[in-house]
Design a protein around this ligand. Structure first.
Ligand SMILES: *[C@@H]1O[C@H](CO)[C@@H](O)[C@H](O)[C@H]1NC(C)=O
Length: 329
């Protein structure tokens, strides 16, 4: 996932609705997911939620992971936060942003006024040095995120009482996304790209999510080559709800390949791998596209011209999907 994943012009075209969207249906084949959080000139989160075409907003990113039990992760939401960060109890100045005043209220409005689901994404494309070396760190990181961004009536009541960080205040996210793109010149351990994610997801799903009322999700954003070098192990061993496959970074398997008529487009391979091998064989495979012409990846994506439409995303994404739709979608 690259910076600037949301196009301002496209959002303005259909902003200013006051109607509450229909109840979210996790199984629907018409859902549109939008990443938000990167880009110096991005529109406010609330404006994304005011767009009736959008069903799920993914906030990116928690882009540094704790390196030890007791450590803090780091975050980056570009222009939505000031420079201030939390200080850990041991006095360490962390990279976890503490001054993002509009995000929490926007999350709550997105959910209650506009009927959206809001998911917090881990990883991203900068920096790419994050790892989960041990099961203890995987579990601790999940517990940290559940305390910091999960429901404050679950075990995190003690989290709040202890004065531990709530970067978005009382706002509660609907789940966590794994956009794992780690890449290091000197691997700290051989399987650093894939290790620890299944453990972390299973801890969320089996131990933490059941402690609260309501439904919480896990999603992932693999590259289009399958099996994905980062998330295949997690997919086979832990239950994802949604996979937003990035059909734009890799020329051979991108949506552009499909438009050009190349048989190397991997949508069907993804559906096949998920439905036969993944821990959750009902995980939903999404067609991940770039939503702005300013992205470095636009030559791998569909363009305004390709789609023969006046305006690109987000409200035209369902049309693009139907253009590409296979019987298996
Ligand atoms: C990863 O890179 C960032 C940015 O250079 C740095 O601040 C952070 O300390 C690094 N983390 C690790 C675990 O090396």
């Amino acid at each position: 996932m690259r910076p600037t994943t949301f196009a301002r012009a496209a959002a303005l075209a259909s902003a200013l609705t006051t109607s509450v969207s229909a109840t979210f249906n996790a199984a629907a084949s018409t859902n549109v997911v939008m990443y938000w959080g990167q880009g110096s000139y991005q529109i406010p989160l609330l404006e994304v939620c005011q767009n009736p075409s959008v069903d799920v907003v993914v906030l990116g990113f928690i882009n540094e992971f704790p390196t030890k039990v007791g450590g803090y992760p780091g975050s980056n939401f570009a222009n939505a936060c000031g420079d201030e960060t939390f200080t850990a109890p041991d006095g360490t100045i962390t990279h976890l942003k503490s001054n993002c005043p509009t995000i929490g209220p926007a999350i709550t409005a997105c959910q209650t006024t506009y009927g959206k689901k809001v998911i917090l994404s881990l990883g991203g494309a900068y920096p790419t040095n994050y790892t989960l070396p041990t099961t203890a760190i995987s579990n601790y990181f999940a517990e940290f995120l559940w305390g910091a961004f999960g429901p404050i009536t679950s075990p995190p009541a003690s989290w709040v009482a202890a004065g531990s960080p709530r970067p978005f205040g009382s706002a509660v996210v609907d789940g966590f996304d794994f956009d794992i793109e780690s890449n290091m010149a000197s691997p700290p351990f051989s399987d650093y790209k894939s290790r620890g994610y299944a453990d972390m997801i299973n801890h969320f799903k089996n131990d933490l999510y059941p402690t609260a009322a309501g439904t919480y999700y896990i999603s992932g954003a693999p590259q289009c080559i399958t099996p994905d070098s980062h998330l295949d192990d997690a997919m086979l061993n832990a239950p994802f709800d949604f996979l937003y496959v990035q059909f734009y970074n890799t020329p051979s398997c991108s949506a552009r390949a499909a438009y050009n008529g190349l048989s190397t487009f991997t949508f069907d391979s993804w559906v096949s791998r998920v439905t036969t091998l993944s821990a959750n064989k009902n995980a939903k495979v999404y067609l991940g596209l770039v939503s702005t012409f300013h992205s470095p990846c636009t030559n791998q994506a569909l363009t305004q011209h390709d789609s023969q439409l006046e305006q690109m995303v987000p409200h035209t994404i369902p049309l693009l999907i139907s253009t590409l739709r296979r019987p298996t979608l």
